[in-house]
Structure formats: C-alpha cells, structure tokens
Write a protein that binds this ligand. Structure first.
Ligand code: IMP
Length: 417
C-alpha cells in the first residue's frame, strides 16, 4: 500500500507545497489529483521563490517523477508559463513530468465564463480565482469537455472551435474579448504540452504500485472547499478530500497507506463564504501582515482568524487523516494568548459538529485560550508552550502532530515522529 496522501484540512493555503517539496525526495512519484491553476503552491529554494499552479510540488528534486493526474484541469497557457519559470531556474522537466491524457483542458472561454458567472452573482459571488476551474469541471460533468489526449487527434481544432463557439453563445456582449491574444497563448501552450509524455496515468501508477514504488498524492485547495463537504456553495469544483485521490489518479483505495493533513497554526480563507473564527479586527490584520497572507495566485488579501478545531476534526474524519502537519507556527510569535475554537454556538446551542449550513445560520466560536510562544527566542523543539499547543491539537483531534513548519525555507521543518 505505498500511496501516501497530503491534503489541506482548512480553506486552502495551508502550506501543502512546502510540505510536499519537503517529503518528495523519499518518493518515486508525486502526483497531483485535483484542482488546477486556482492553486498556488509556494516553495522557497534559497533566494528563489517558486509558485506552482498545476505542476506537482516534487518537481524541484531529482528523484520523483511528477504526474499531473486525470482529476486535474489544465490550462495550457498557464502550464507553459510554469514550465518557463522552472526552466529559467535551470530545472529540466522533460524527463520527469508526465501528464495524464484524461486530464481536462481549461479553454480561454472557460475563464470568460467564470468571470461572467461571478459578475452575474453580485453579492452571492463565490470569490473564484477566475481561472476557469468551475466552467471546465462543468463541461467535464456535462460530457462535453476536451481532454489532454484529444490534442493528438486530427479533429482537435474543430472540436476546440465548436466548444469555444458554444461558450461564446452563452456569454453576454459586455464581456471584454481579448480572446484572440488568449487563444494564441493557449495554442502555444498546447504545442509546449506536446513535448511532454501524455500518458495513461492509471497505468503508470498501476505499474509503479506493482513494483512497490512509493507514491505521494498531492492535494490542492483544502477540505473546507470540497465540492461535497465544504461550505457549499462557497467551495471549489472538485473533491479535495481523500476520496478525490482515487478518482483523480485511478488508484484503488486499498493502495493508500497513510493520509497526512496539513493545517496552519491559525486559519485563513480567500474569497467569500462562511469562516466562523474570522477576525475582522487588529488581531486579524496582525496575522495577515505577520503571515504575509496574500493569495499566491491572485494576490488578494486573505481573511485571517484563529485555528478552528471543530472544522479540523471534521476534515480529519472525512479523509481518515493519521498525521497532522502544522505550518506557520512562527507567524504566531508574540501572540499571547493564542485562541483555538473547540465548539460553536449555533442558535445559542453548543455543538462540536460541523453544521450543514453556515450561510443561513451563524456559528459563534467557543474559544480555548492557550499560552503563546516566540520562536525567535526559543527553538521549536524545546519550546514548552508550542508543545502544549500541539499536544492540545493532538488530544482534541485524536491525531498526532508529526511535523511543524517554523518558516518558509525548506529546512525550517521540525519532525516529531
Ligand atoms: P475557484 O476554484 O477558482 O472557482 O474558487 C472557488 C473558491 O475556492 C474561491 O473562494 C477561491 O478563493 C477558493 N480557492 C480556490 N483555489 C484556492 C486555493 O488554492 N487556495 C485557497 N483558496 C482557493
């Protein structure tokens, strides 16, 4: 059972990219199983900052092969930019990046549809990253999407044009159309993709599993943005929970050995939707500045708040998480006390269950204050108050904390396992 899974347990931006990069040298394959360029997985390599949107976060190391799985939606233009970014850092991708032929393509008109849908929703808008993710998954479910493997067939241009024209008929006239330029970049991206091995991802993984190779499945976004279990309708369009690993890569559930859940020591959310522990005050602003909480994909300021253990425990149960990885512990330096939510009051009634609907009913968090720390003065491995915080998280959730990240650099990870 050599598949391990790394998932976000909050609303995304938990620092999964750094953790996958940290773990990657121990694996033969790193495989992204869902989402698309709405993700922004940031990795610091010395002075260089790399932001990966569609390419798996194992790509900066020699050992693993990286697979973009069938559950991903891929934008060729964005993909080409990422390839260029990595090449400028001297990273040769050609031998170590595979793309599933079953992954769906994001068209330029998917992005226009995303923008149009959000502008029609007004107050009720999702706060989408506008990368065309929702419309691309919609076409997939409507059985009219284009897949990566389709680029090899002679009718691809005709099929592209037919889908594009169907999209254009749905768009209203106000949408600004610099489409010709976007299409040019898109087709250049398609040419770039042709240089890579377009594979049957499920067959590659079947063979790897047969040879007892080690596979790391990389999730994007977070559990609370899952299409089924997140704060619907303020969610993304894919399954970000462990179930998405099997459908997004074509591996059996019995192949999964362990599930690692990543959480920040506090909590953030980008875009609209419920966020029970959000702080709309000075403390929230202090967290934003200390944590540099601005979107890696859109640059939007992230909403900030305290760690919500009700939501984290819900996420753990959904995916069978066996180990927790806590990131950005250093951001809480000097915050004292540090609050964690252990229950909600819904209609005045206390509950530890994550409610069905947080849009029509408000959840007021019940906090437990814990003593703060300062990792500028004390090493994480010897800091009693940080240890007490981690013990509290482990005790409340029933899941041990295996690693703590204490800064953006690769080496700033403390292992407790
Ligand atoms: P979409 O997936 O771009 O349609 O966005 C849907 C919702 O998920 C919006 O609230 C986005 O801000 C949020 N979202 C999508 N991808 C990410 C991510 O990688 N990190 C954090 N939030 C995300």
């Amino acid at each position: 059972m050599p598949v391990d899974v790394v998932l976000g347990l909050q609303w995304g931006d938990e620092g999964k990219g750094k953790i996958v990069d940290f773990l990657a040298p121990s694996y033969d394959i790193v495989a992204r199983f869902q989402g698309g360029p709405n993700a922004g997985h940031t990795i610091y390599m010395g002075d260089s900052k790399v932001v990966l949107h569609s390419i798996p976060s194992g790509v900066l190391h020699e050992r693993p092969i990286n697979l973009i799985g069938n559950g991903v939606v891929l934008d060729p233009a964005q993909f080409a930019m990422e390839v260029q970014q990595l090449e400028s850092l001297g990273i040769d991708l050609y031998g170590k990046l595979l793309i599933s032929e079953r992954a769906h393509l994001i068209l330029p008109t998917h992005r226009l549809l995303d923008a149009s849908s959000e502008s029609h929703m007004g107050e009720r808008r999702i706060g989408s990253t506008l990368r065309g993710i929702g419309p691309a998954y919609t076409d997939k479910a409507a059985r009219q999407g284009l897949r990566v493997g389709d680029i090899r067939f002679g009718d691809f241009v005709r099929r592209y044009e037919a889908l594009r024209d169907a999209h254009l008929r749905r768009l209203d006239q106000q949408v600004s159309l610099d489409l010709a330029q976007q299409e040019q970049q898109w087709w250049a991206g398609i040419e770039r993709m042709r240089a890579f091995r377009l594979v049957s991802g499920e067959q590659v993984l079947y063979e790897a599993l047969s040879q007892k190779q080690l596979i790391l499945a990389e999730g994007a976004q977070g559990t609370m943005l899952d299409i089924d279990f997140g704060t619907y309708p303020y969610v993304t369009s894919s399954n970000t929970t462990a179930g998405g690993v099997c459908t997004g890569l074509g591996i059996p559930p019995t192949a999964i050995r362990s599930v690692l859940g990543v959480i920040k020591a506090y909590c953030t959310r980008v875009g609209s939707g419920p966020f029970p522990t959000e702080l709309n005050d000075e403390t929230g602003e202090r967290l934003r500045q200390a944590g540099q909480e601005f979107g890696a994909t859109t640059g939007r300021p992230r909403r900030c708040g305290w760690l919500d253990l009700v939501a984290v425990r819900y996420a753990i149960r959904l995916s069978g998480v066996q180990q927790l990885i806590v990131t950005k512990a250093d951001v809480l330096n000097g915050f004292d006390p540090v609050q964690v939510a252990t229950a909600y009051l819904v209609n005045g009634q206390p509950t530890e269950q994550f409610p069905y609907d947080l849009v029509r009913q408000k959840a007021v968090p019940v906090y437990r204050p814990l003593r703060g720390w300062n990792l500028n003065h004390q090493a994480a491995s010897h800091c009693e108050t940080l240890q007490a915080f981690l013990d509290f998280v482990a005790q409340y959730t029933g899941v041990p904390v295996s690693h703590v990240s204490t800064g953006p650099q690769r080496e700033q990870v403390v292992c407790f396992a």
